[in-house]
Design a protein around this ligand. Structure first.
Ligand SMILES: Nc1ncnc2c1ncn2[C@@H]1O[C@H](COP(=O)(O)OP(=O)(O)OP(=O)(O)O)[C@@H](O)[C@H]1O
Length: 559
């Protein structure tokens, strides 16, 4: 057996780049991309990728060179997911909501060789490039800048001389890309959201990206001819790998610039969208849409949601609108989703609220993860499958990142004893499904008891007047820490702190009841819609513990 050797015929490095070449043959005349008045077939998309890749090589790009891009969900960003790795380079899609300072920090840290900028983002990019130049004191080689003009209505470039469509025109359609020697080579560089610490540069391998893509199209049961609406930014973990996944399935990418309720509803009804991904924050956008922005959902729209905990009550409201929701959990380091709440048909018989509670759990590992567990971080012992004992969620498998770029210390901290530590705290239920309870930095330790902020938020969100809620620790003279709830109301002034606390007393164990409810207009959020709890903790430190009327609520009882 051992004498049977690997050869070019039976051992080919795994890479999602192969999906586009196959799509150009198998789905050649099928629509690959729709963006306003522009549309392409898979044959055309492949040809454009070959041309762009050729032009990139002509710009003296080499293996492992980083190509950064600042663009919304437009065809160019989609094409770059193939063209950049075809040229042997590494794609770095930058979060478009970042300010110039953060964009400059990413360009500097990644040592980007080429920087593609969508026309709408020229102002931020110009400032970022100036900051990069000033900050580098002549030591940093400035990236070559390529502007992406409006493909539907070209206006001409203002940032430098190179333009995207010109690179496509100048390219060679016969060029099929550099040969990938090693599937461990880097394909993408994505920076974390920076919710809990400074953003880190996460590096994906071709192999990891391939396997994650396969897992997710399987886990979500995405068939061929899917019509995929780009409601999730492609810069977020490469669109949770669906940039590559839609090509694998020969689906149609519906690109939109802005994720407004109107744009989403319009695209769904115009193009008969079948699939879309989004963070739960988009649910509120869709649910709160004005009457003239809404359209009735007549097609079967499957939504994959994740990135933050979706409360059961929110899932129920979305399903009532006609969407079919699958819940996934993941992180940048895991190439997007790592767990999917795989639905079991026997659950269809259960009452609706119970179904939604099951769906709000984060689920089981995606197919190509080798293992997942919840462990006591000190002993690294697995927690019992009792749905109660909390521990750190740990993952192992080929879809986990290669590591953090230029950060050996953080990489070593993230990988311990053969596991990737997620920094999330969860439980395992008797049926093996994992439920996240908190980020470890957000757990509230009150009088020695661990309180899950996520659990309290889910209860608060069931209250009809509450639109959004975030619970963080506030200092407490007796208990060390206590929960403090920040609440956004649907209608300002529609309730009082006393009423909300009375509601909490009814539905929470006493020691969990917040010691303060603060009404706010908006919650501070990251660019990706995650609540910035570190900011709220600072505010909570300045607030006074609620102490009246004592007859209604005995908040000093911590048992
Ligand atoms: N379905 C989900 N339910 C609850 N939380 C989720 C879910 N999916 C993702 N998350 C949260 O999002 C985190 C991953 O987010 P991401 O990789 O975008 O960056 P970040 O962790 O917010 O940034 P940083 O690591 O810089 O603080 C997970 O660790 C988890 O806390």
């Amino acid at each position: 057996m051992n004498k049977l050797a690997k050869s070019l015929a039976n051992y080919v490095p795994l890479t999602p780049v192969t999906f586009i070449k196959r799509a150009s043959v198998v789905y050649s005349n099928r629509t690959s991309i729709i963006y306003g008045r522009t549309s392409f077939t898979w044959r055309q998309t492949y040809e454009r990728c070959c041309r762009l890749s050729y032009s990139l090589r002509s710009l003296n790009l080499y293996r492992n060179d980083v190509v950064s891009v600042l663009a919304p969900n437009i065809p160019a960003l989609y094409e770059m997911h193939f063209a950049v790795p075809m040229a042997g380079a590494v794609l770095n899609a930058i979060n478009t909501r970042l300010d110039a300072k953060n964009i400059a920090a990413i360009l500097r840290h990644s040592e980007a060789k080429v920087f593609f900028v969508d026309y709408e983002y020229v102002p931020q990019a110009s400032v970022a490039l100036r900051l990069l130049m000033v900050g580098s004191k002549g030591q940093h080689r400035m990236p070559l800048v390529v502007e992406i003009d409006d493909i539907n209505k070209p206006k001409g470039v203002s940032l430098g001389k190179l333009e995207y469509e010109q690179l496509i025109n100048d390219g060679n359609p016969e060029y099929s890309g550099e040969k990938l020697e090693d599937e461990w080579d880097a394909i993408a560089l994505n920076y974390t959201s920076g919710t809990t610490s400074e953003p880190k540069g996460v590096v994906y391998s071709h192999r990891g990206a391939f396997l994650s893509t396969m897992s997710l199209i399987q886990g979500w049961e995405m068939g061929t001819e899917a019509v995929f609406l780009w409601s999730l930014p492609m810069f977020h973990c490469n669109g949770w790998t669906f940039t590559w996944g839609v090509a694998a399935r020969g689906g149609t990418n519906v690109c939109i610039r802005n994720t407004t309720a109107e744009e989403i509803y319009k695209s769904i009804s115009t193009h008969n969208v079948t699939h879309m991904c989004c963070a739960p924050v988009v649910f509120n956008i869709l649910l709160e849409a004005k009457a003239h922005e809404r359209r009735r959902i007549i097609s079967n729209v499957n939504i994959l949601t994740g990135g933050a905990p979706p409360a059961a009550a929110l899932l129920e409201k979305m399903e009532d609108l006609g969407f079919h929701i699958t819940h996934a959990y993941g992180l940048t380091e895991a190439t997007g989703p790592a767990l999917v709440c795989e639905w079991q048909s026997k659950w269809n018989q259960l009452p609706r609220d119970q179904q939604m509670r099951l769906k709000a759990r984060q689920g089981v590992s995606i197919l190509t993860l080798a293992d997942v567990d919840v462990k006591n971080k000190k002993t690294m012992e697995s927690v019992p499958h009792d749905g109660k004992t909390m521990g750190e969620i740990v993952l192992r498998g080929s879809s986990i990142m290669k590591g953090y770029l230029k950060d050996e210390k953080e990489t070593a901290k993230a990988f311990q004893k053969g596991w990737f530590l997620t920094g999330d705290v969860g439980v395992i239920h008797p049926d093996g499904y994992i439920e996240i309870k908190d980020r470890s930095k957000d757990v509230i330790v009150s009088g020695g008891e661990n309180i899950s902020s996520v659990e309290l938020e889910a209860i608060l969100l069931k209250h009809p007047v509450i639109l959004e809620a975030a619970v963080v620790a506030m200092p407490h003279p007796r208990w060390g820490e206590s929960p403090c709830a920040f609440v956004v109301l649907r209608k300002t002034g529609s309730t009082t702190e006393t009423e909300i606390l009375a509601y909490c007393m009814k539905y929470m164990s006493k020691f969990m009841v917040p010691k303060k409810v603060e009404f706010v207009e908006v919650l501070p959020k990251t660019e990706t819609g995650k609540v910035l709890k570190k900011e709220l903790r600072e505010v909570a430190k300045t607030l006074k513990i609620y102490n009246k009327p004592r007859k209604t609520i005995d908040l000093e009882m911590n048992v």
